[in-house]
Design a protein around this ligand. Sequence first.
Ligand SMILES: [Zn+2]
Length: 331
Amino acid sequence: MIIDAHLDLAYNVIRGRDVTRPAAEQPYVHNETATVGLPDLRAGGVGLVCATLFTASVEHGVLGTYSTPDEAHAAAMRQLDIYRDWQARGLIEVVTEISPDAAAAGDVTRAILLMENADPIRSPDEVGQWYDAGVRVVGMAWKQTRYAGGTGAPGPLTPAGVELVRAMDRVGMIHDASHLAEESFWQLMDLSQGPVIATHSNCRAIVPTDRQLSDVMIQAIAARDGVIGINFFDRFLLPPAEYGKRRATLADVVRHVQHICQLVGDTRHVGIGTDLDGGIGREQIPEEIETAADLPRVAEALSAGGFGDEDVRAVMSANWMECFRRYLPAG
Ligand SMILES: [Zn+2]
């Protein structure tokens, strides 16, 4: 069983893809060859994913779908409805808790709902409604949001962001630190005793941009028993000197995994959060991966990189499984 902590499934439906079909039958959108359909996830043994409600402000370019909090709310609700529809059709199972026996892969891909960019939460007192709707992980930023500084937008939590952190902690929502600006990240770590993970972020030591995590940020997440999901976007995998000169490979993924393991001194705080369908296509991911059905090759690459069987299992699923069991306990 494989756990992928970051896929933008519903967002791709909004972009015109039928994600219930295999990637090979989905249209080429924005110069990207599709890599993720629900049948590919099943074929790859991907039994659990974090599935996003991803929205972006029109201020932030072509991905943008909203300009007011109400529009952001409506955009995220449309994506929630897509997951509910799939669940009603037996295509996925939206899960809000993880039971101890959840490690066995079922026939249906399970999905933990993750809100990426908190602008659809119109005010912090709406957190409970999103929690009741099934959302269990929230990342406050993408770029700048009403709550936090984000990628390419350095800065602190806003006053509403401070309130949002407190509201999330009251209901037990997991914080996703991916995309958080550094200043906002450290404020979150100070303010909150709640769970902090990074669903799709790589190592700034290899790719020095604010989108990736610095070594001290990685250590802080690990110290809080969080897990970091390695992102498969080549721009986030390859050192700048190599980007654009060669395709990324799974050895580049392994390099980020190794960096985190060496830094924190164990193999317990890293997993995968591929973001394979996050506005990128087959052209921008490791060349060994044609579709999500090829994700078992990541395990082979880890083995080839010197990881033992137990550590391979840890990275492919067990670390995320343990994390979600701890923070989304059954019953
Ligand atoms: Zn993202």
